[in-house]
Each structure stands twice: as C-alpha cells, then as structure tokens.
Design a protein. Structure first.
Length: 225
C-alpha cells in the first residue's frame, strides 16, 4: 500500500488540530497516512533526520500549507534550527528540481480559508485541494487512491480454437500459423476473406472456390497494408 506523509509546521493556533483531523479522516478512508503526531516521545534520530527520511520514502506527500510552512520553503530568512518542516521543505525543493519540476508526488492541501494566500510561489503552478470543501475532499481521496485501470475489451470477439485443425491435406503450415495468430489476436496483420458463389467464374470460366495458393497471395498482399 502506498505511504502518504503529511508535511506541516507547528506555528499557528488550531492548525495542529486540523492536521490531526485530516490524518484521522484519511486513515478511516483507507489511506496509509503518516504524521509526526503519531510519534509519542519523538523519533530517536531526531526530528530533522526523521522528517527528511519520511519525505524521501513516501509515495505521496500532502503539504498542509500555512504562511509558516511557506517561510520554510522559500527560505528567505534564517529560521530556528531543528524544525522538521525546514528539512521537509528542503527535500521537496531538491526532488522537484531533480525531476525537472514534474510533480506526481506533492500536493498542497489547505485546511482553512485563511491559508489560501500562503502557497509559495514555486508551488503555485500545481493543483491544490481545499479540505474545507466537500468536492475537493473527494478529489483529494481520488488522487490518493486512484481507481485501478480497467482493461478495454477488444473491438472484435476473437474465436477460441478448442480443437486442433487437421491441415495436412492443404499442406500450408506457414499460412495456417499466420491465420491462427490473427484469429487469436496475436498478430498485427489482418486477412481479407472473400466468399463467392459456387459455379463458374464469369471472368475466367474456372471453378470459383479459392485454392490455398490464392489465399496465401491474399494474406501476403493484405499484410503489407
């Protein structure tokens, strides 16, 4: 199951509670979510190292963005040492640059209307979700848990060959193998089948039933289309 990590900064009254609510709601929806609030007593390796590792290991990262988190990402001024959000933002910037800013992994989620203007300039091109909007909640869940792709049925229902066909009389092994591959949809080539009435051909005065050599010529000609 994919691992989802929540990156946020403890700097705003009520924000940690909203993050906790987000975490519980996503977990109830079946998302494998991880957040620092799950660690009682903190990680043994320290918050900076732990935070960096979670961003690197996660399959997807939700950024619960606020003005404080944006400061960590923009890094326009010195910030207090030991902030896990600083380490997380640094890894996010580096991974985006390493991937030519193609971004299948990171999305911003806004937990309150007042956070709308907090998205860093470098992340404004990417889609963000408003958790306080029911429609956006559904879209976020769809992004975190995409439905499995459904296989499209073939345009033609190819018959199944239940018993082997005795082709010794025709003695056209190569042509039969090609025709069998087409029937089983294992070949990109296609055959043109012609049905005529029994009797005499008005053009040549010969019996009109197709001989194996005629069929072979048709297969060879049609495969070049």
């Amino acid at each position: 199951m994919s691992q989802v990590f929540i990156s946020y900064r403890h700097c705003q009254h009520g924000h940690s509670d909203r993050v906790k609510n987000l975490m519980h709601t996503l977990r109830q929806a079946g998302v494998n979510i991880l957040c620092d609030q799950q660690l009682t007593g903190g990680p043994d390796e320290g918050w900076t190292m732990w935070s960096q590792q979670q961003v690197e290991r996660a399959d997807k990262v939700l950024i619960a963005c606020t003005a404080g988190w944006a400061e960590c990402y923009e890094a326009n001024q010195p910030l207090p040492a030991g902030l896990g959000s600083v380490a997380e933002a640094r890894i996010i910037r580096r991974e985006l640059a390493n991937n030519s800013f193609i971004n299948p992994k990171y999305r911003i989620v806004l937990l309150a209307p007042e956070d709308t203007g907090s998205i860093p300039t470098g992340l404004q091109d990417y889609h963000h979700f408003r958790w306080y909007d029911a429609h956006d909640q559904a879209q976020l869940l769809a992004w975190l848990k995409p439905s499995p792709a459904t296989a499209h049925p073939s345009a033609i229902s190819w018959p199944t060959l239940h018993t082997p066909f005795d082709r010794r009389m025709a003695n056209r092994d190569a042509e039969f193998q090609l025709f069998e591959a087409m029937l089983q949809d294992r070949s990109a080539q296609r055959a043109l089948l012609i049905q005529v009435l029994a009797g005499r051909c008005p053009h040549r005065g010969l019996a009109s039933d197709l001989q194996p050599r005629t069929l072979a010529c048709l297969l060879q000609a049609f495969s070049t289309c």
